[in-house]
Design a protein around this ligand. Structure first.
Ligand SMILES: Cc1cc2nc3c(=O)[nH]c(=O)nc-3n(C[C@H](O)[C@H](O)[C@H](O)COP(=O)(O)OP(=O)(O)OC[C@H]3O[C@@H](n4cnc5c(N)ncnc54)[C@H](O)[C@@H]3O)c2cc1C
Length: 545
């Protein structure tokens, strides 16, 4: 017998089964506040399924085995099929069964958006790639249901049965919708869209057109339809482009290739060409960008949710590691400096979670100016800030896990690679900040209510009142200099709202540290300016499986 060279010791045990929902006190109380407490049992059930070791293994498989394109079949016929790992379908099956692609519309009512947001925060911790088609489908519904022909697709859109088969819609039990805007020459500035649409007979809403051109990014290409921006004459309109035509033939949307992406590997993102593909005009003719911007309000909320989920899961992994790994005679989680880092990360996660649920609740809210402000002004600001903070926080969580955090056997590299995409798609950081300025200008009443709320919530805390006054002065001064301050405006709006939420709903120590470190002598990295003594109890509160 060969003698062992060493004993394996001090390696962190695998994170076992745990309930993503019941172990998240911050999320649970945010769900209550958002009026979604009726969904508690369903969320707990979902959290239990998603937190199983087996589910984590599925996520690993679905991302290790990226989708593959089959352009032609064995006989040379064009087929444009995409083959996914079976566990990709498993995640979509779960999301559909839970209603994440439609519940906010199919079952409206108090807390509907907030409950869906909470599911999204859970699902995104287990597997993020499958959220893309879920987001697109859900965000397309408010547009499609304004169309007189919505009844023809409603049953499949609201169905809880995921149907992966590549068949005409009439033969399917459920459907997914994607979105095609970005072309080679530009994704932010859509005015340069070159894809053309020519009416088959009459022009106008609900009429049929033939689309010719391309899209450089076209995620979820196997969706049953995409909402596509195309040009008719001088104006841009939105078109519903099905994967299959009523004739029973495949629509002429040819997949050129699949993108080889940094992250988001389980999901397919394609380049496509439209070779006189059939499409139906959705919304008003010439209002294509406005129509799709309405959809973007929902997709941008989902980017905030997706990043909040990644941040939460990275935090859980970091806490698990630090509690089991020992160095210099003690667990990492008992080392003073490590506790500072972990607490700061936990506070960042809490701030993102309470904001995410507050935003989702605004989508459940009415037309009051403050609710509008959260939807229209704060959502793009949060997409900018939370997605960027998540990139940094996930990297810090990876470092907590040391060298093992960098190795593909564990989940950290996947979380790290996934983080930037929420910041890039659906409008990149600068575009979000410029959108915040536009929204502040275009919605003066909502902006006024928001500023009033920030001023009220800052009362009694000098660092906050100073920041709020600074922001107000900046906005009042306006002028040409405002554009260069757009990131400053978006950041401070988010931080002030997060501070207000934490002061109302979190333990005082959490709120105090947040204010001191985010508004004081801003540090830039996690773990600076945190009193280690405060971490006791707060780290247990952050996560105990
Ligand atoms: C994985 C993945 C999947 C995607 N899936 C889809 C999809 O399904 N459908 C779809 O339509 N698109 C999709 N996209 C495309 C995505 O939405 C675009 O990449 C994004 O909107 C940016 O557009 P762009 O790549 O053309 O960059 P550009 O528009 O060239 O922008 C580049 C940079 O310049 C900045 N910028 C632009 N204008 C200004 C300005 N005025 N001032 C300051 N800064 C500015 C932007 O913020 C960005 O940082 C996907 C992208 C990725 C990465």
């Amino acid at each position: 017998m060969i003698e062992a060279t060493h004993e394996v010791s001090n390696q962190v045990p695998e994170l076992g089964d745990y309930n993503l929902y019941s172990s998240d006190a911050v999320l649970r109380t945010a769900v209550q506040r958002a009026g979604a407490q009726g969904h508690d049992a369903a969320l707990s059930h979902y959290g239990e399924r998603l937190g199983r070791m087996q589910t984590r293994q599925w996520a690993r498989d679905a991302n290790r085995h990226a989708p593959e394109l089959e352009s032609y079949d064995a006989r040379g016929y064009r087929v444009d099929r995409v083959h996914f790992h079976p566990h990709w379908h498993q995640f979509l099956r779960m999301a559909f069964a839970h209603g994440m692609h439609c519940s906010a519309w199919a079952e409206p009512g108090p807390g509907a958006h907030a409950a869906r947001a909470a599911s999204y925060l859970l699902h995104g911790q287990a597997e993020a790639g499958s959220l893309c088609p879920i987001t697109m489908t859900s965000a397309a519904i408010p547009l499609l249901r304004k169309e007189p022909w919505f009844g023809q697709v409603q049953d499949q859109l609201y169905s809880r049965q995921y149907d992966e088969r590549d068949l005409p819609l009439a033969a399917k039990t459920g459907m997914m919708v994607g979105m095609g805007l970005t072309e080679k020459q530009g994704g932010s500035d859509l005015r340069g869209t070159a894809t053309t649409a020519s009416p088959v007979a009459a022009a106008g809403r609900g009429e049929r057109y033939l689309l010719r051109g391309h899209k450089w990014f076209f995620s979820s290409p196997t969706s049953d339809a995409h909402l596509v921006l195309a040009r008719h004459g001088e104006s841009l309109s939105c078109f519903y482009v099905p994967r299959w035509m009523d004739s029973g033939d495949k629509n002429r949307v040819e997949i050129q290739r699949l993108k080889d992406k940094l992250g988001n590997r389980s999901n397919a993102s394609a380049e496509v060409e439209f070779r006189d593909a059939q499409g139906i005009l959705v919304g008003m003719e010439g209002r294509g960008i406005a129509t799709l911007i309405e959809m973007a309000a929902y997709t941008r909320l989902d980017c905030v949710l997706g990043s909040t989920a990644l941040l939460r899961q990275a935090l859980v992994q970091a806490l698990h590691h630090a509690r089991h790994r020992r160095a210099f005679g003690r667990a990492l989680a008992d080392q003073e400096l490590m506790r500072c880092v972990l607490l700061d990360l936990a506070i960042e996660s809490e701030a993102a979670t309470v904001l995410a649920l507050r935003l989702a609740a605004a989508f459940d809210g009415g037309d009051e100016p403050l609710q509008q402000a959260y939807r229209r002004i704060l959502t793009p600001a949060a997409k900018f800030w939370v997605c960027k903070r998540t990139e940094q926080a996930v990297a810090e969580c990876m470092e907590v896990c040391g060298g093992n955090g960098y190795i593909e056997d564990g989940p950290m590299p996947r979380l790290y690679r996934e983080a930037p995409v929420n910041s890039i798609w659906e409008g990149s950081g600068n575009i979000m900040c410029l959108d915040v300025l536009r929204a502040l200008k275009d919605s003066p009443e909502a902006a006024g209510e928001l500023i009033d709320e920030l001023a009220r919530d800052s009362a009694g805390e000098p660092l906050l009142t100073e920041a709020a006054q600074g922001l107000i002065s900046l906005l009042r001064a306006g002028g040409s200099g405002l554009e260069s301050a757009a990131r400053h405006v978006a950041r401070d709006l988010v931080l002030l709202v997060q501070a207000g939420l934490l002061r109302r709903h979190a333990p005082q120590a959490v709120a105090d540290i947040f204010v001191r470190t985010r508004f004081g002598r801003a540090a830039g990295v996690f773990g600076v300016g945190i009193p280690a003594v405060a971490a006791q109890g707060l780290l247990e509160r952050a996560w105990t499986p």
